[in-house]
Design a protein around this ligand. Structure first.
Ligand SMILES: [Zn+2]
Length: 465
């Protein structure tokens, strides 16, 4: 998209160079995004997708370290030297089972396959585009410092950034940039929820369900008692708490007393501090259920996320650049594509929303979801952006997001995100005092909390489902 004549006049030479760089690489960026979109590889299986981005970074002069923190699909691409060091996050994992063609009605590209229902094909590619635009300015000597593009796997499950944080990836970084595909465009100054994922397993004794059930101890009885307990407990937690479970194994056949059952449990709250007591209680209830069903049990931590530390000073810098860029504009065909999705998903047919509104107040209880960018934000000052890549009110993590991410609505958002991220990074390279203000806000919000990733001992769960 073009920048208005008025805005163009307000753009510094460096920002004009950034926009020109993103536009120069745009066809290549779209090609990579479409390849990652079609691959739709899920958490820790993003081998091809990670390599597409890592090798393009290499081709553009970055030094690439692959296999970071014990994860084959995690990588760090670095260019430049000295301070400031600014990193930009790229995600590229898909969600299982929501394969979709780039069309506004539901139709899988490949039956049963994954799909980019969170737009991470755009996320990774746009961030790399921003890093390359900044690199090109460093190369000409117009700005000084180091830029890093961080390939961060498994955001949808397991949360790869936790292992990267433990490995000290953000140790020398001054400011980290992130963005996310969205149904609106804004400098994002809202937090995300803390969560913890754990597995509960019950171990009983099998027996014939009719001939000698007195010899059996049922793991599925324990599972039912456990989920019943959780559902009673819901009444006595604060409204900000969310408890989800997914039954992964409830026994196999009707004529056997099941000797094994398994659930995946997730607890969330506004922050980690408020989440931990709920987590402790829900874990304790597994013991209660096991006692009642006379079975054994095991609880294992998968991983947990911190809530996101907002940085308003950083958000203000981003906001100014969104105002310089102005809203994304759409063709009549794109607007019709958006309205068709809204029609099919039962939403008001208002089309696309890419307005640039004033910077929001930061809410005390943001609601919404969780992200491992939250953990990054406890390791380094973090600036966050949301860019329209789907029509207003689109159900997220759904076929509709996949559809938009494989066509021009998604591509436009990707290109816009590249520009907004890189322009904001330019402001930081040009203005060391602003970097210090942003870092001071980060230190103040973090206080004396000593960050530790919520992960089990041992290597990342690369081969788990
Ligand atoms: Zn996402």
């Amino acid at each position: 998209m073009g920048v208005s004549v008025l805005a163009q006049a307000q753009l510094s030479a460096n920002k004009q160079a950034i926009i020109a760089s993103v536009e120069k690489h745009e066809a290549e960026l779209i090609k990579m995004s479409d390849q990652i979109w079609a691959n739709a590889e899920i958490a820790f299986k993003e081998t091809k997708s990670a390599e597409i981005l890592a090798s393009y970074a290499e081709k553009n002069g970055f030094k690439v370290d692959r296999g970071v923190a014990g994860m084959p699909t995690a990588f760090v691409a670095t260019y430049g030297s000295g301070k400031p060091v600014i990193s930009v996050l790229g995600e590229f994992d898909a969600l299982p089972g929501i394969s979709q063609k780039a069309q506004p009605t539901k139709a899988p590209l490949k039956e049963g396959a994954g799909g980019h229902g969170c737009g991470h094909n755009l996320f990774g590619t746009a961030s790399l585009g921003a890093a390359i635009a900044v690199k090109e300015l460093i190369a000409t000597g117009k700005i000084k410092g180091t830029v890093k593009f961080l390939g961060t796997p498994a955001e949808e499950k397991f949360f790869g950034k936790l292992w990267m944080a433990e490995a000290g990836v953000w140790g020398d970084v001054d400011v980290n940039m992130s963005w996310h595909p969205s149904a609106s465009t804004k400098a994002d100054v809202q937090s995300s929820l803390a969560l913890v994922d754990f597995i509960v397993e019950f171990y009983g004794q099998a027996a014939h369900a009719s001939a000698d059930p007195w010899n059996g101890r049922s793991a599925s009885d324990a599972l039912e008692l456990y989920t019943t307990g959780i559902n009673y407990y819901r009444e006595h937690v604060r409204p900000t708490v969310r408890i989800h479970y997914h039954i992964q194994d409830g026994g196999q056949v009707v004529n056997v007393v099941p000797d094994y059952s398994k659930l995946w449990v997730r607890v969330r709250n506004t922050d980690r501090e408020g989440m931990m007591p709920v987590y402790e209680q829900v874990m304790k209830m597994a013991e209660g259920a096991a006692i009642m069903a006379n079975v054994d049990y095991k609880v294992s931590l998968v991983s947990g996320l911190h809530e996101l530390l907002v940085n308003r000073k950083g958000g203000e810098v981003m906001q100014k650049n969104l105002e310089l860029l102005g809203p994304i504009t759409y063709t009549a065909e794109e607007d019709a594509f958006g309205k068709k999705i809204q029609e099919v998903t039962g939403k008001p047919q208002v089309g696309m929303d890419a307005d640039i509104n004033p910077l929001e107040d930061t809410k005390e209880h943001p609601g919404g979801g969780s992200t491992d960018v939250g953990d990054v934000s406890w390791n380094v000052a973090n600036i966050n952006l949301g860019v329209t890549t789907a029509p207003k009110d689109t159900p997220w993590h759904s076929w509709a997001v996949v559809a938009c991410g494989g066509m021009s609505i998604g591509h436009k958002g990707m290109s816009y995100a590249s520009k907004a991220l890189a322009m904001t990074m330019v402001d930081l390279y040009e203005n060391p005092a602003k970097v210090e203000e942003i870092k001071a806000e980060y230190r103040e919000r973090k206080g004396d909390y000593q960050y530790k990733a919520m992960i089990p001992d041992g290597p990342p769960p690369l081969n788990k489902d």
